[in-house]
Design a protein around this ligand. Structure first.
Ligand SMILES: *[C@@H]1O[C@H](CO)[C@@H](O)[C@H](O)[C@H]1NC(C)=O
Ligand SMILES: *[C@@H]1O[C@H](CO)[C@@H](O)[C@H](O)[C@H]1NC(C)=O
Ligand SMILES: *[C@@H]1O[C@H](CO)[C@@H](O)[C@H](O)[C@H]1NC(C)=O
Length: 328
């Protein structure tokens, strides 16, 4: 179920190579031990631990690799498409970044909405391509929502990722930690209001306090760019039309959510949003039968579901002339 976190899977004839992200080689190795236990013949599924600039680049440009399914940043996605174009025109599907909107209407069940908004942004320390990092709340419940969401976020336990009661562990690396802290500084400088968090947690490790900015405007960096950390940007909206407009107003289109008790609102907004997945009154609900992937610069193609098989297979036409020699 969590395969998109592992990284690119690359098909080589009838074998698969899983190239893990350099920061997280171990999870795929655990999965590989299960592949072995399940009885796959040796060599069918292979794990390659290595760096993007070397192992990843070599695979993307390789003449014997037929397909690359990449999960990662939009910047690297573009490099992979170029490498594919410059080599054997291998098939490419890309599952890239996002800045997914989480839209809460006045008529939503506020406790449920807060739970899902909290899970949407802070799950996996915000290191999710589909993190609900932009939260739009309708004006009638805006103040109440912020107050209660803030209280909820302050209860998230940040600490040792191996402890049972921990909800949020450290960020994956120093580079990511610094990037996120820079975004937090940018949000403060641009004039957004820090409702909670906004600091590193403790004085060692890459821990960051769950951070909520309110009063965020569309032109701010923290509303447009993917932060990939526990940082949430909130703004107020008036009408359904406004919500759709701001919901669509980034270069990304991976996921979105709508919280409302009105089915018409839910359907109308879900149809209008340019996003590969729209959750209603929920967040991060992935299922192996449901295609997952992005509109716009969030990627190309779909993973999961029947659609995901499309680019691992080829369509072939066999045309037989029923001539005299055969049937005369
Ligand atoms: C929201 O931002 C505007 C302009 O950036 C500022 O004038 C206003 O005081 C802010 N409101 C809050 C509640 O921080
Ligand atoms: C967002 O969606 C609306 C309605 O479908 C559309 O009018 C608008 O152009 C979209 N905006 C972007 C930036 O994609
Ligand atoms: C298959 O790949 C093509 C080109 O890379 C892409 O346009 C298409 O959306 C993909 N289809 C699926 C279902 O992944």
């Amino acid at each position: 179920m969590w395969a998109w976190k592992i990284g690119p899977a690359i098909a080589c004839g009838n074998t698969v190579v899983i190239k893990t992200a350099e920061q997280t080689p171990l999870s795929a190795l655990v999965a590989a031990s299960l592949v072995k236990e399940a009885g796959f013949p040796p060599g069918v599924i292979n794990v390659l631990s290595g760096f993007g600039k070397t192992a990843g680049a070599a695979l993307a440009a390789h003449m014997d690799v037929d397909k690359v399914a990449f999960t990662g940043s939009t910047v690297v996605g573009r490099q992979i498409m170029k490498a594919a174009a410059g080599s054997n025109l291998k098939k490419v599907t890309l599952e890239l970044g996002g800045k997914s909107p989480n839209i809460v209407f006045d008529d939503a069940d506020i406790d449920n909405a807060i739970s899902w908004v909290n899970f949407g942004i802070f799950f996996n320390h915000g290191q999710c391509c589909c993190a609900g990092s932009r939260v739009y709340v309708q004006e009638g419940i805006y103040d109440k929502f912020i107050q209660r969401f803030k209280e909820r976020a302050q209860k998230n336990v940040v600490g040792d990722p191996f402890a049972q009661d921990t909800f949020q562990g450290p960020q994956v690396s120093q580079v990511q930690f610094d990037r996120i802290m820079n975004y937090i500084e940018a949000g403060k400088k641009e004039g957004a209001t820090v409702e909670t968090g906004g600091q590193r947690k403790g004085d060692k490790g890459f821990f960051i306090e769950p951070t909520i900015f309110s009063n965020v405007t569309e032109d701010m960096q923290i509303m447009q760019e993917e932060i990939f950390g526990p940082v949430c940007s909130i703004a107020k909206f008036k009408t359904k039309e406004d919500a759709i407009k701001v919901g669509n107003s980034t270069t990304y289109g991976l996921a979105a959510a709508v919280h409302t008790t009105n089915l018409n609102t839910a359907l109308e907004v879900a149809h209008a949003l340019k996003a590969g997945t729209v959750w209603v009154n929920a967040y991060n609900m992935l299922h192996h039968q449901l295609p997952f992937g992005g509109f716009k610069e969030s990627g190309i193609g779909r993973e999961l579901g029947e659609a995901a098989l499309e680019n691992y297979t080829q369509m072939k036409t066999v045309s037989i002339r029923l001539g005299d020699a055969l049937f005369g």
